[in-house]
Write a protein that binds this ligand. Structure first.
Ligand SMILES: Cc1cc2nc3c(=O)[nH]c(=O)nc-3n(C[C@H](O)[C@H](O)[C@H](O)COP(=O)(O)OP(=O)(O)OC[C@H]3O[C@@H](n4cnc5c(N)ncnc54)[C@H](O)[C@@H]3O)c2cc1C
Ligand SMILES: *[C@@H]1O[C@H](CO)[C@@H](O)[C@H](O)[C@H]1NC(C)=O
Ligand SMILES: *[C@@H]1O[C@H](CO)[C@@H](O)[C@H](O)[C@H]1NC(C)=O
Ligand SMILES: *[C@@H]1O[C@H](CO)[C@@H](O)[C@H](O)[C@H]1NC(C)=O
Ligand SMILES: *[C@@H]1O[C@H](CO)[C@@H](O)[C@H](O)[C@H]1NC(C)=O
Length: 605
């Protein structure tokens, strides 16, 4: 069982960690844990933690944009007991405001460090009506640089290198895996980088051998805001963004791959990247594209978020906007409470998944307990309503023939993909502490093994007696590169994706007050029951680094596979030999471990 799980069960162990007194040199800080010697990043209380005057200097080098991180929830507590001491925080008006805005994704994105999905933060400072309850840092950082210029970002990386600190790049806080949070870290927040420049033609003098339309975006630009600017161009354009309106584009999204409404017709965001401006781990500004630093370019296209450098801006191909068609279909308790009939409906729907992708569709759906299938929406880019209706009619006929009642909304024609997007995609809310994982189901397995796949979905909804009807599934049907000749190996995404059809995510709720033992139990339920069921049902599938539990035995093979992984591991060695950037289950990070109950980032000595 993998490392992170080890810290969760380590609660049973007798040894407590002790900070050894070390020299205040920027090499790893000695720490003993469970009878073993580690070299770690520096944390408050360690001899090597930078003195106040160093922080003051850093603050002036970032024009006063350095702040001590105080979580917004602290306004509802008397004090925030952070790593740097206790700060009085109660503020009734602010608490009411934070409580009202808390579920809003965009509000969360705009905070210094708050994660949308709280599980990976340790939920140590929650909203409350009782201000006497404790509020601690959990797995959040200590200081945040609210970066306004690329030199602010460089100052943060240089400071972290000099003082042996963990550094975290935080863009929108979407990461399910907690890769944009880290205990005791110096956080570099990129939200203020919002520029987007559209190009009528990507100059032949620029690399890529491409002369079509393009856009160059800064690190903080988010999906729907970018699509709004794209539709306003003359002529209007579009590009690959996530289904979720607030996911960033140049951060974790493209660096993990990046799928969305156009992935069936145009591939991943990573397949369509033209160039990146990057700050390297040793603090140098470089360009990465097919002419300059092509190896780094490759790694940034799906090789894992935040692992090789900090992206300052990214350029992508854009495409002509086209009239598109969209539709919805539901099966729910108003129609039937017969569980067998419900699952028969799900089985029939899923048996058409390959046909939908072959017909150029992208489809988003959820399966919620006890019996709701919500397919919202079917997206047919550059197709008419009649074309989409023709693709959907065999599904409707099969459901009808099987006596499965369903509600289907009208098949609508839209003047653009953007108007479809605004009409048919819903805002999502900042989530409670779910544990999330996912598996991309292979085309071939849907053909031969659909019944077992549906059994795995049932396992996802009710993984164990005490978790009956507690799971929640989110499916995404897409084929990255179905209708387009995407050259193999253009990006560092797992080659298996090209033969896959359904990216299935599954969540398990974790109580906010869960003990370490409870968390370990839910983690093993995820790994040993849910992940296993999905993998066994679709052995030809693979996992998406941005949307799958990182605690898996063969994350290297499942995220990237044997062709791509070795290249990424050597890239990491070349571009970040000292491990300035770390997040769980990313190429070349095997030597690092988070120990001390999820706190210290260390290397075994
Ligand atoms: C509700 C929801 C819906 C989603 N929908 C989709 C979807 O449709 N398609 C899809 O592909 N994914 C989707 N995702 C997953 C999403 O792609 C990842 O969570 C992604 O990591 C988000 O990137 P971010 O930069 O916005 O977020 P953050 O959480 O801020 O950052 C994520 C990771 O990227 C790193 N990072 C951020 N900015 C930079 C930078 N400038 N340079 C280097 N590293 C950086 C961070 O350090 C961290 O490791 C969804 C996630 C959620 C929560
Ligand atoms: C950084 O400087 C600004 C402006 O002088 C100040 O408001 C802020 O509190 C300082 N940050 C820290 C961590 O001291
Ligand atoms: C994390 O939460 C657990 C309880 O679930 C608690 O015992 C532990 O102290 C917390 N760790 C941090 C760093 O907040
Ligand atoms: C089922 O779906 C229909 C159509 O969207 C909706 O009107 C109805 O309220 C839903 N029923 C339940 C129980 O959610
Ligand atoms: C967590 O809170 C719930 C509801 O308040 C309570 O029933 C449960 O016993 C608590 N669990 C722990 C471990 O404190």
């Amino acid at each position: 069982m993998a490392k992170m799980f080890a810290f969760l069960v380590a609660v049973a162990c007798l040894f407590q960690g002790t900070a050894a007194v070390g020299p205040s040199k920027p090499h790893l800080s000695p720490f003993n844990w469970n009878g073993k010697s580690y070299g770690c990043r520096c944390y408050p209380g360690d001899a090597c933690w930078p003195a106040q005057k160093e922080w003051t200097k850093l603050n002036s080098s970032v024009s006063g944009n350095l702040a001590v991180l105080v979580p917004p929830e602290a306004a509802c507590h008397n004090s925030f007991n952070g790593l740097l001491g206790t700060i009085q925080t109660f503020d009734a008006a602010k608490c009411a405001d934070v409580t009202a805005r808390y579920p809003t994704e965009q509000w969360t994105n705009e905070q210094d460090a708050t994660m949308l999905w709280k599980y990976t933060t340790n939920s140590s400072c929650t909203l409350t009506t009782d201000p006497t309850t404790p509020c601690g840092p959990g797995y959040y950082g200590t200081y945040v640089i609210r970066a306004k210029t690329k030199n602010d970002i460089k100052a943060g990386v240089d400071f972290a290198n000099k003082h042996n600190l963990r550094v975290i790049v935080r863009n929108t806080g979407h990461d399910f895996m907690g890769r944009s949070t880290g205990y005791g870290a110096l956080i570099i927040n990129t939200h203020s980088f919002q520029d987007a420049e559209f190009h009528k033609s990507w100059k032949p003098s620029k690399p890529g051998g491409y002369t079509g339309t393009a856009v160059t975006i800064a690190a903080g630009v988010q999906g729907r805001a970018l699509l709004r600017q794209a539709i306003a161009q003359t002529p209007p354009v579009t590009l690959i963004t996530g289904e979720c309106p607030t996911v960033g584009i140049a951060g974790g999204f493209v660096q993990g791959g990046g799928h969305g409404m156009l992935t069936t017709t145009h591939g991943f965001a990573a397949d369509n990247a033209l160039s990146f401006e990057v700050l390297t781990a040793d603090g140098k500004f470089v360009t990465a594209n097919d002419k300059k630093n092509p190896d780094l370019f490759y790694g940034l296209k799906g090789g894992g978020p935040g692992n090789y450098g900090i992206v300052l801006s990214a350029s992508f191909k854009t495409f002509a906007e086209k009239p598109s068609a969209g539709a919805t279909l539901y099966i729910n308790a108003t129609l039937t409470t017969n569980s067998n009939l419900f699952w028969e409906g799900v089985r029939i729907f899923h048996s058409f998944a390959n046909d939908f992708v072959d017909a150029g569709l992208y489809v988003l759906f959820t399966i919620a307990p006890p019996g709701t299938l919500r397919i919202k929406p079917f997206v047919a880019f550059d197709q008419t309503a009649a074309q989409l209706e023709a693709t959907l009619s065999p599904l409707k006929a099969a459901l009808t023939a099987a006596g499965v009642p369903f509600y289907s909304g009208p098949t609508n024609q839209y003047d653009s993909l953007f108007s479809l997007y605004i009409d048919l995609f819903d805002d999502e809310s900042a989530g409670p502490p779910f544990l999330t994982s996912g598996w991309m189901i292979a085309k071939q397995d849907i053909e031969t093994n659909n019944d077992e796949i549906i059994s795995a979905f049932k396992t996802g909804i009710s993984p164990r007696e005490d978790f009956t009807n507690q799971g929640y599934l989110i499916g995404h049907l897409f084929g990255p590169g179905h209708n387009t000749a995407i050259p193999p190996g253009i990006s560092a995404t797992n080659p298996r994706f090209r033969h896959n059809t359904n990216l299935m995510l599954y969540n398990l709720p974790v109580p906010v007050n869960a003990t370490l033992a409870q968390k370990a139990d839910i983690q093993s339920l995820m790994t040993d029951t849910l992940d296993r069921a999905m993998k066994e049902a679709s052995p030809n599938g693979c996992a998406y680094v941005n949307e799958a539990d990182p605690i898996r035995e063969d994350w290297q093979g499942e995220f990237w596979g044997p062709e791509v992984y070795p290249k990424l591991k050597s890239l990491k060695k070349k571009w970040d030999p000292k491990g300035t950037f770390y997040a769980v289950s990313l190429p070349g990070t095997e030597v690092w471990e988070v120990i001390d109950y999820g706190r210290r980032l260390c290397k075994l000595l």
